[in-house]
Every structure is written in C-alpha cells, then in structure tokens.
Design a protein. Structure first.
Length: 100
C-alpha cells in the first residue's frame, strides 16, 4: 500500500505535474516532458536547500520535520530521475546494438 503511494507521488513529480499548460494538440513531446521533470527535480532540491539553510539559521517558522520531509522528497525525486536516465541510456544502447 505504501509502495503504491510512493510510486504515485514519484510519478506525479516526474510526470511533469508542474502546472504548465499542455501543448495545443494535447500531447507533450518527449523533450518537453523530460525537461519539465528535470525542472521539477531541480526545484525540489532548491526548496530543500533553502529550508535546510533557514533551519540552520534558527528560523522559528521552519521545523525540523518540514526540512527533513523536503530533503527526502528531493532525494527520492533525484533517485527516480537517475533511474529514468539509466533506463534511457540502456534503451539507447540496445537500439544502437540492433543489427540493421
């Protein structure tokens, strides 16, 4: 049950759920989807870094729990992005090794 919940969250993060408008034809290109997903990962990492810095400076509005959750979300989204890259590289290598 928890694994499916985490998969849904990671899928939403990497699926480009960034609030940007969809293309007119309703289908996002691969490059746009990948770019959007990487921007989402980058944004999560920047947010986690900012929260961490604020916590270290003693900002009373930032809690340890909030900071740790943001850091874990950023870590998970980065790991998912790395796994996606690895799968894409593997698929590319398989295609390049196919006999023509």
């Amino acid at each position: 049950m928890e694994i499916n919940s985490l998969r849904a969250q990671i899928g939403a993060t990497l699926g480009g759920a960034s609030g940007r408008p969809a293309p007119a034809d309703g289908n996002a290109s691969f490059v746009e989807s990948l770019s959007s997903a990487l921007k989402t990962v980058s944004r999560a990492q920047l947010d986690a870094t900012a929260l961490q810095r604020q916590f270290q400076l003693g900002n009373p509005a930032v809690s340890l729990e909030e900071t740790m959750i943001a850091m874990n979300k950023a870590s998970l989204s980065f790991q998912a992005a790395v796994q996606t890259r690895n799968r894409l590289v593997q698929a590319y290598e398989q295609i390049m090794n196919m006999p023509v």
